[in-house]
Design a protein around this ligand. Structure first.
Ligand SMILES: NC(=O)c1ccc[n+]([C@@H]2O[C@H](COP(=O)([O-])OP(=O)(O)OC[C@H]3O[C@@H](n4cnc5c(N)ncnc54)[C@H](OP(=O)(O)O)[C@@H]3O)[C@@H](O)[C@H]2O)c1
Length: 388
């Protein structure tokens, strides 16, 4: 399956990429709200999930801010994580096992739902918890938008639609539309008390998808690097630790509503992104910019999987430039890209060697060589050197 950008934004989490969190780095505080937002009353926070990628970043941030936590999950993903945190076992699906029973009769200030993909399940937890929580935070996605070709999509842009009774399967078509219905289910169960967060690519240490990680690893390896497009395509992503800091900050402020949450704070293009990565990794990487139409003609897969990037003229050209104005107004801060690159590489190198050898995203080395050779032939540039 060729993964479109909409598809890859959901793929790691929704398709259940397993991760090794045993070697998780200790998240650092973001450039943070502490000065402007001194610690208030500690909150009791329930996370529906909490143990794969964004969840742990939220736990770390909430702990730093003095809040108390409860995690609700099936006990399958990284069960040894956070031995000091209360854990309740069950299933998001009320029809499976004990379902949501463990949540009955308990009260929390806030619930953060990182694991909702289907409206039936979000409705079930939101309705059950509505009398017993002050706020429901639902982690949605920027994939909710209907017209992904458009630049500057803001929170008022139309969302994709799907029949609520459609089969509960995550596909490239269904993911965003289901997420939109999940947002609506949260808002319907807790009118005026829902905070719907629409992140772009979530990246950084503990990201088991390797989509962002591909670039620091590839650039660090050096030599001629296939760089997609003309260097002018915008890219957006957010370090999970910055996303967690934004969420916890707005939980503390009791912010409600809908927010696109991605970075960086100032737009960045693919060329600047790759050059910034090289500044961190050092080495002799040389970028050969391979035009989008050439990539589109490739067979058997038009545009081999090139993570994070999307052509601004393509079907999902809006996804690298959604509006984050609202989030910035609500205190979104983004750490320097160099920190994310450095920390991601450091984390990746702590993984077992066999895992490091099996990268989960990016262009395999032999395919990249083939594509570069074909590109040079088409352009008559002959050698990699000539393309620098
Ligand atoms: N990755 C991206 O680039 C990206 C971009 C945009 C939006 N998002 C969204 O961000 C969220 C982040 O996901 P995450 O995986 O990092 O969150 P997480 O909270 O770190 O991990 C997912 C948690 O859900 C639990 N879980 C899964 N199925 C469950 C079930 N049926 N019942 C109870 N618990 C269940 C898992 O534990 P058990 O397996 O032990 O149950 C795990 O603790 C997702 O909603 C995703 O759609 C991701």
């Amino acid at each position: 399956m060729k993964l479109t950008r909409r598809g890859v934004i959901q793929a790691a989490a929704a398709l259940g990429v397993a991760q090794t969190l045993g070697c998780a780095t200790t998240p650092k505080a973001g450039p943070g709200p502490e000065a402007e937002n001194p610690k208030g009353k500690p909150l009791s926070i329930l996370i529906l999930g909490g143990t794969r990628f964004l969840g742990p970043a939220l736990v770390e941030r909430a702990k730093e801010r003095g809040h108390t936590l409860t995690l609700f999950n099936r006990g399958k993903t990284n069960p040894g994580l956070f031995p000091d945190v209360e854990k309740l076992q069950g299933d998001r699906d009320p029809n499976k096992g004990e379902g949501l029973k463990a949540l009955q009769g308990r009260k929390w200030d806030v619930v953060i739902d990182t694991s909702g993909y289907f409206p039936r399940l979000v409705k079930a937890s939101a309705e059950l918890l509505a009398p017993n929580v002050g706020q429901y935070v639902f982690i949605s996605s920027i994939s909710v938008y209907k017209e992904l070709t458009k630049a500057n999509l803001d929170e008022s842009a139309p969302v994709a639609t799907i029949d609520a009774a459609a089969p509960e399967e995550i596909t490239e078509q269904s993911y965003g539309a289901f997420k939109a219905l999940c947002e609506q289910a949260a808002e319907a169960a807790l009118p005026g008390r829902a905070l719907n967060i629409r992140p772009g690519y979530i990246v950084g240490p503990d990201d088991g998808s390797d989509r962002f990680t591909y670039w620091p690893l590839r650039v660090a390896r050096g030599g001629e690097v296939l760089a997609p497009g003309d260097g002018e395509d915008p890219v957006q992503f957010i370090d999970a630790r910055d996303l967690a800091a934004f969420i916890i900050r707005n939980v503390e402020r009791r912010t409600m509503g809908v927010f696109n949450v991605t970075g960086p704070t100032k737009p960045i293009k693919m060329r600047t992104f790759l050059e910034s990565v090289r500044e961190v990794t050092g080495g002799d990487a040389r970028f050969t910019w391979v035009e989008t139409p050439f990539l589109e003609q490739q067979k058997p897969t038009p545009i081999p999987e090139i993570p994070i990037w999307a052509a601004r003229t393509g079907a999902e050209g809006g996804l690298g430039r959604v509006s984050i104005e609202r989030a910035l107004q609500a205190g979104l801060t983004i750490r320097p890209l160099a920190d994310t690159v450095r920390d991601t590489l450091a984390w990746f190198h702590t993984l077992p060697p066999e895992r490091q050898d099996k990268q989960r995203a990016g262009i395999p080395a032999d395919r990249e060589r083939e594509l570069l050779a074909a590109w040079h032939q088409a352009k008559g540039t002959g050698t990699a050197k000539a393309a620098e």
